[in-house]
Every structure is written in C-alpha cells, then in structure tokens.
Design a protein around this ligand. Structure first.
Ligand code: NAD
Ligand code: TYD
Length: 352
C-alpha cells in the first residue's frame, strides 16, 4: 500500500501540459482550485499555448517552456517549486509519425522518461504518474470480442510509438522496484474531446467534413478502438494520482469499442454531411486491428467508471470544433506556432 497519497493542495509538475490531454487535465485541476500547477511543455508541433489560454495570471498556475530531456533545467524547476508529484504526459504521440521516423519517439518517450525518473528519485518527489496507453498491449483478436486488455496482458507493442511507450513503462516499473520510487501507471484507450490535434482520427474527420474535404479511411475501416472522452480519462488520472497504489498499473477505458467506420459515420450524421466524403486509402503499416479495455480493476480499486456517453460526448466535441474553428484553422495553416511569440514576447525570461 502507498503511504504517499497526494492530497489536494499539492504542487504538481504536469509535463506535456500544452498538448491535448495535458491541457484538459490542467484545466480540470485549475477549475477545482486546490493544487498548484507547474505546467511544462517543449511546445513541439503538438503543443499549443492556446490550449491553456485564460490560465495566465493565476497564482496557482505557472507555465514553463522546457524540454523534459533538459535534465538540469527540470531538476532546478523541481527544486524551485518543491514539486510533490509529477504527472507525465509529455510524449510524441502519433503512430503515423512514428512510422515515418522513430528518433524523436525514443528521445522524448524513453530517454525523457528516464531523465524525469532519475530527477524524481534524486529530489524525493513523492509520486510519479506515468500516463501510458493501451497500445502497449498490441492488438486483440477480432473473432473473440470477449477478450480485452487486462493489467496482466503481456506487453506486445507493434508500432514504434507503442514500443517507445512500453519501454518507458518498463523503466517506470524498474525505478519502482529498484529504487523504491513511488510510481503509478495508467494505460488508457483512445481519447477524444476538445483541444485534440487535428492529425488524430476524430478531429481530422470533423475538420475535413466541415471543409467538405475527403475523409481518409485506412484499409477497410474495420479496425476497432475503445473511445473515451478526455474528461473521463482526466478523472481517472486524478484518482490514480491521489489514491492509486504505488507500483500499480490501472487500465482506463470507455466501455465503447467501435469500428473506425462507425465513428466516421456518426460524425457525418451529426454534421449532416454525405457518406460520399469517405475515401478508402492505403492501410497504415502494421496497423493494429483491435483495442479494448477491461476496466474492472480500476472500478474495483478506485471506484472509477467512465461517465460520458459516446453520442453525447461526440456531439459536444463536434460542437466544440464548430465553435472553435479558428483554433484548428490556425493549426492547419501553421499560424498557431506564432502564438507563443505574440503572447509571451518580452514577458518571460530564462527558460520560460
Ligand atoms: P499530444 O501530442 O497532444 O501532446 C503531447 C505534448 O507533449 C505536446 O504539448 C508536446 O509539445 C509535448 N512534448 C513533446 N515532447 C516533449 C518534450 N521532449 N519535452 C516537453 N514536452 C514535450 O498528446 P496527447 O494525446 O495529449 O497525449 C498525452 C499523453 O497521453 C501521451 O503520453 C500519450 O502517450 C498518452 N495517451 C494518449 C492517448 C490519446 O488517445 N491521445 C491515449 C492514451 C494515452
Ligand atoms: P489515431 O487517431 O491515429 O489513433 P491510434 O492510431 O493511436 O489508435 O487513429 C485511430 C484509428 O483511425 C486507427 O485505427 C487509424 C485510423 N485512422 C484512419 O483510418 N484515417 C486517418 O486519417 C487517421 C489519422 C486514423
């Protein structure tokens, strides 16, 4: 049992805070108003400070632009802010990019995690929460729908992305076992919701449909994913951070396994756009056919169940992309990269 429970009012270092899930997590905690948050992000192509807009000026929130591989910088930051726990989202996260080139995935996801673990250990950080993915388990059989990923499923990653995440998870396990660092791993299924970068399936399909552009479906479109609203994922991470047991892994799912084609048809139907926008394209190399989470362990241990129903969550998400067209148009045009300079020019010093 962990004696290291992170209570409300803690100081948290959130890495990858300007990405999709990290920014939703920071917003959730900030709204609750209890913890102090140090939000760290390198602002790669996937990091966007607009995702954290409105939080600036809050006494409980600090943003720092930093690479997790900058060991001296991160160590100084943790000392300066007396960090109680690290919630580690920062990663290269897109499978298709990992197939084009894995170097950044190994650097950030594996070496970056090793650096954070060493600093956490050296500085007495009380808990390290590794945000991982169900993709580390590989692909499930399509003809046995009753078989799902449990925490005992062997790690059999198939893509450079999932291999890098599995490697990081193994480092986290080893730092727990060897050095006694208090660690918790969450492995969640595919997320959807506001602020998701429009290279991932759901926001890409929404944005293309809104612009009457073709929707590229890989292969036969029958690959299955267990879709979960990002709000539910963030709740699960928060529970695991506060009450999870050290050394434990918690799978997190949406109880919502769907073929990609169904997801795309649901988007078209909500938007009132025609099926003729669908284009079948060449399949992804090594494409995993099926992911599905058995969420019974986290339900029993932490009382967690997903709450956002698929059609409600999807409608709400589509509405967000309709209302925030400028956000994704600036990403698609590349203009969002100027935001940091405009927003922060002359206002930050040092590594920030
Ligand atoms: P994302 O790509 O939207 O965000 C990643 C963030 O990390 C970006 O803001 C990026 O700038 C930052 N980053 C990248 N390299 C960095 C570095 N070296 N130093 C500091 N910051 C760096 O990804 P996401 O979808 O928000 O995923 C967040 C985490 O959750 C990842 O670890 C991912 O593996 C995991 N996860 C994602 C999903 C999903 O469906 N999106 C599901 C399960 C787990
Ligand atoms: P993605 O959002 O990239 O998540 P992941 O690969 O991590 O599960 O893709 C979700 C599914 O959608 C996956 O089976 C690949 C498929 N896909 C397409 O069919 N077309 C696309 O343009 C994209 C980006 C994904």
């Amino acid at each position: 049992m962990s004696s290291n429970v992170i209570s409300p009012g803690a100081t948290l270092l959130v890495t990858g805070a300007a990405g999709f899930i990290g920014s939703n997590f920071v917003r959730m905690l900030h709204e609750r108003g209890e913890d102090r948050i140090v939000a760290l992000d390198k602002l790669t192509y996937a990091g966007n400070l607009e995702n954290l807009e409105g939080l600036d000026g809050s006494s409980r929130y600090t943003f720092v632009r930093m690479d997790i591989c900058d060991a001296d910088g991160v160590a100084a930051l943790i000392r300066e802010h007396r960090i109680d726990a690290i919630v580690h989202f920062a990663a290269e996260s897109h499978v298709d990019r990992s197939i084009l080139g894995a170097a950044e995935f190994i650097r950030t996801n594996v070496e970056g995690t090793r650096i954070l673990l060493d600093i956490a250990r050296g500085q007495g950080v009380r808990r390290f929460l590794q945000v991982s993915t169900d993709e580390v388990y590989g692909s499930l059989p399509e003809d046995r729908p009753e078989v799902k990923f449990t925490e005992q499923t062997p790690l059999q990653p198939n893509s450079p992305y999932s291999a890098s995440k599995a490697s990081a998870d193994l480092l986290v396990r080893a730092w727990n076992h060897t050095y006694g660092l208090d660690t918790v791993i969450t492995r969640c299924s595919n997320n959807y919701g506001p602020y998701q970068f429009p290279e991932k399936l759901i926001p890409l399909m929404i944005a293309n449909a809104l612009e009457d552009k073709p929707l590229p479906v890989y292969g036969d479109g029958q690959q299955r994913r267990d879709w979960i609203h990002v709000r539910d994922h963030c709740r699960a991470i928060d529970l695991a951070l506060r009450r999870g047991r050290s050394g434990e892994v918690y799978n997190v799912g949406g109880d919502n396994e769907l073929p990609n084609l169904t997801v795309i048809e649901d988007i078209l139907s909500i938007l009132g756009k025609p099926r003729t926008l669908i284009r079948y394209v060449e399949d992804r190399k090594g494409h995993d056919r099926r992911y599905s989470i058995d969420g019974s362990f986290i339900a029993a241990e932490l009382g967690y169940r997903p709450q956002v129903e698929w059609k409600t969550g999807l409608r709400e998400t589509i509405q967000w992309y309709v209302n925030n067209r400028g956000w994704w148009e600036r990403i698609r045009s590349g203009a969002y990269r100027d935001y940091y300079e405009k927003q922060y020019a002359g206002r930050l010093s040092g590594g920030q």
